[in-house]
Design a binder for this molecule. Structure first.
Ligand code: PLP
Length: 398
């Protein structure tokens, strides 16, 4: 028999399946709210001006394309630390933070998970219920048992904080807790500053290993405020992990630009941890690609380009908020049978709308509006041309 005779067909990725169905739909006014990408009001993925300028400079410099160090571009890694912790962070000054350029946020999670599995293979990993769908598969793939902690409260379309805290407190010591640092995917529901303080305390009391996933810094309130949870962990003295991504904030999805940062207890520890992390990277993909990291480092390290980028990021953030607002207000004006004001309290690109799988199916069949069956919509795919059609359809299926 053929070598592959017994290979089973893997289940289809639900979101890719949704995209295929959307592409095959012939209706002119169809709308895809299923994707996890920021679109402009014209429905396009932006190419940021700051990125274009950094690319122009790079092309002009005509630099050779040698291998990067295993951990990537030093100026990039430094800039990442500044965004996450603040550039004057005493942890950075003390040499306690190591950062490795990674293949997007996903690549950062993967090298972090592989490193942790060598360090503490019997740990269990706890992720939010629900979470980004790749978290579970990624940590299971690295060899861990993955559990959920309570998170979303369907009754309020908000946070089940009491449930979350109780579940974190019940975890065995050395459990790895994956936390969305801001703009929770898929729900849009975040913790308040006071709630974060309690989570930090629970991690300290329970000897847990926090792993913060920061894929949307700048999409809630701005670079600095969105880093608040990371800063609280930094102030706590705990050792922790942060995976971060520029896919969304630089609109560089396909360039795979992210980073893994590890906050260690001392400079000496940092050197040893980095040496092990480099072994993980070396045996995975050897070293990261040059383009995305160079572009982001150029932007972040040039005051002029950085200001340009922050303004462009601010426009993305403001447009999402405008769409949240219009979604809520237009539904209320239509006399919708449900109060959607919680959508204004959710943050980032996504919203759990509370629409049922049956309602989502009706949106698709009757109106050509595509969303994930959980009721998650990408608010960043709404725009001034499609919002009325979406609101009419939602009101109709309620
Ligand atoms: N983590 C979360 C919570 C995400 O939502 C995403 C992307 O959707 C990622 C990580 C991965 O980001 P990247 O595309 O940079 O790999």
């Amino acid at each position: 028999a053929s070598l592959f005779a017994q290979v089973e067909l893997a289940p289809r990725d639900p979101i890719l399946g949704l995209n295929e169905a959307f592409n095959a739909d012939a209706r002119a006014n169809k709308v895809n709210l299923g994707v996890g990408v920021y679109f402009t009001d014209e429905g396009k993925i932006p190419l940021l001006k700051a990125v274009r300028e950094a690319e122009r400079q790079r092309l002009e410099a005509a630099a050779a394309r040698g291998y990067l160090p295993i951990e990537g571009i030093a100026a990039y890694n430094q800039a990442v630390q500044g965004l996450l912790l603040g550039k004057d962070s005493p942890l950075i000054t003390a040499g306690r933070v190591i950062t490795a350029q990674a293949l997007g946020g996903t690549g950062a999670l993967k090298i972090g998970a592989d490193f942790l599995n060598r360090l503490t293979p019997d740990s269990i990993v706890a992720i939010s219920d629900p979470s980004w769908e790749n978290h579970r598969a990624l940590f299971e793939g690295a060899g861990f048992t993955v559990k959920n902690y309570r998170y979303f409260d369907a009754a309020t379309s908000g946070l089940d904080f009491a449930g979350m805290l109780a579940d974190l407190k019940a975890l065995p010591a050395k459990s790895i807790v994956v936390l969305h640092a801001c703009c929770h995917n898929p729900t849009g529901v975040d913790l308040s500053a006071d709630q974060w303080k309690e989570v930090v305390a629970a991690c300290q009391a329970g000897d847990l290993i926090p792993f913060l996933d920061m894929a949307y810094q700048g999409f809630a309130e701005g670079i600095e405020p969105d880093g608040a949870a990371v800063r609280l962990f930094a102030d706590s003295g705990l050792s922790f992990f942060v995976s971060s991504s520029f896919s969304k904030s630089f609109s560089l999805y396909g360039e795979r630009v992210g980073a893994l940062s590890i906050i260690t207890g001392s400079k000496d520890e940092a050197a040893r941890v980095l040496s092990q992390e480099k072994r993980v990277i070396r045996t995975n993909y050897s070293n990261p690609p040059t383009h995305g990291g160079t572009v982001v480092a150029t932007v972040l390290n040039s005051p002029e380009l950085r200001a340009m980028w922050e303004a462009e990021l601010g426009e993305m953030r403001d447009r999402i908020k405008l769409m949240r607002n219009q979604f809520v207000n237009k539904l209320a004006a239509k006399g919708a049978k449900r109060d959607f004001s919680f959508v204004n309290r959710q943050r980032g690109m996504f919203s759990y709308t509370g629409l049922s799988a049956a309602q989502v199916e009706r949106l698709q069949k009757e109106f050509g509006i595509y969303a994930v069956s959980t009721g998650r919509i990408c608010v960043a795919a709404l725009n001034s041309k499609n919002i009325d059609a979406v609101v009419d359809a939602v009101a109709a299926v309620l």
